[in-house]
Design a protein. Structure first.
Length: 274
């Protein structure tokens, strides 16, 4: 389980006042710098994640989030070289909290990267990070077991992934789960679709840590221009669907209402709060 203490320092408004620091436990994060303009502008030894999950007491999480929103950098403790995380004020991040007992889990993320319904301004190309909740995948795997057999779990992830493609492309995608699975498998072979393959200091297209511990499947990065995807979809449709197939439209798959729905893990685990 990935877990690091991360601290943000609040500078005093007056010289006579002392600075204050607020610490939480960093549980997971995702880096995808070239997915957004501000991410590619990160300074040396400073990360600009598109997703962070951290936990602590209600008070510490509120104070930490407030300082993070203001653009202050947070430092990870316990490393030989200081690792800093920062979220630019203009980035428009969203914060979702989940509380239980005396503990709070906060998810901070870039909405356009994870939302199923992007704005028109977000559709200049097809860009997203697919992050299925593990509880949802398990639920769909059970529902699909009788028809998809050993492919049921991968088919559930494929349907989740294709839902992103469908919302970001003006082209119709056949509403067929078997086709979604084949399309997903072929997409994963493309250079514009990647899993986590980098490192903390050289993240490449995608790097993440700790997602399993907060209830998510491994993230999948996708960034492709519309003409390239159009040719790809045309080839895959011709290869995997009969000519008489005409059922196009939004994939009929249940999706949680929240962009990043409730994680499976309870936030009130031993050690999260003192």
């Amino acid at each position: 389980m990935y877990r690091k203490t991360i601290t943000v320092e609040s500078k005093p408004k007056r010289e006579v006042q002392k600075s204050r620091s607020f610490s939480v436990e960093l549980l997971a994060y995702i880096l995808a710098n070239d997915l957004w303009e501000l991410g590619s502008g990160a300074k040396e030894r400073s990360n600009r994640p598109i997703f962070m999950a951290y936990a602590g007491t209600d008070q510490s999480c509120r104070a930490f989030s407030a300082n993070l929103r203001s653009g202050r950098a947070a430092a990870v403790e316990g490393t030989s070289l200081t690792t800093r995380f920062e979220i630019p004020r203009s980035a428009g991040f969203r914060y979702e909290t989940f509380s239980q007992a005396r503990a709070t889990l906060t998810l901070s993320y870039l909405p356009f990267a994870f939302g199923f319904q992007p704005t028109r301004a977000d559709c200049d190309d097809i860009s997203f990070v697919c992050l299925p909740p593990t509880w949802w995948v398990a639920e769909q795997e059970q529902a699909l077991a009788s028809t998809m057999g050993r492919d049921a779990r991968e088919a559930a992830i494929a349907a989740y992934f294709v839902a992103y493609l469908d919302q970001r492309s003006p082209l119709p995608i056949a509403n067929d789960l078997g086709f979604h699975l084949k399309l997903y498998r072929e997409t994963r072979e493309q250079p514009w679709c990647q899993g986590s393959s980098g490192t903390e200091w050289s993240p490449g297209q995608l790097f993440h840590l700790g997602l399993e511990s907060v209830g998510f499947e491994p993230a999948i990065y996708c960034k492709v221009d519309h003409p390239t995807f159009a040719e790809f979809l045309k080839a895959q449709t011709a290869a995997h669907l009969p000519q008489e197939t005409t059922d196009h439209g939004t994939p009929r798959i249940y999706r949680p209402r929240r962009v990043l729905p409730n994680p499976v893990q309870s936030v009130a685990q031993p050690g999260f709060v003192s």
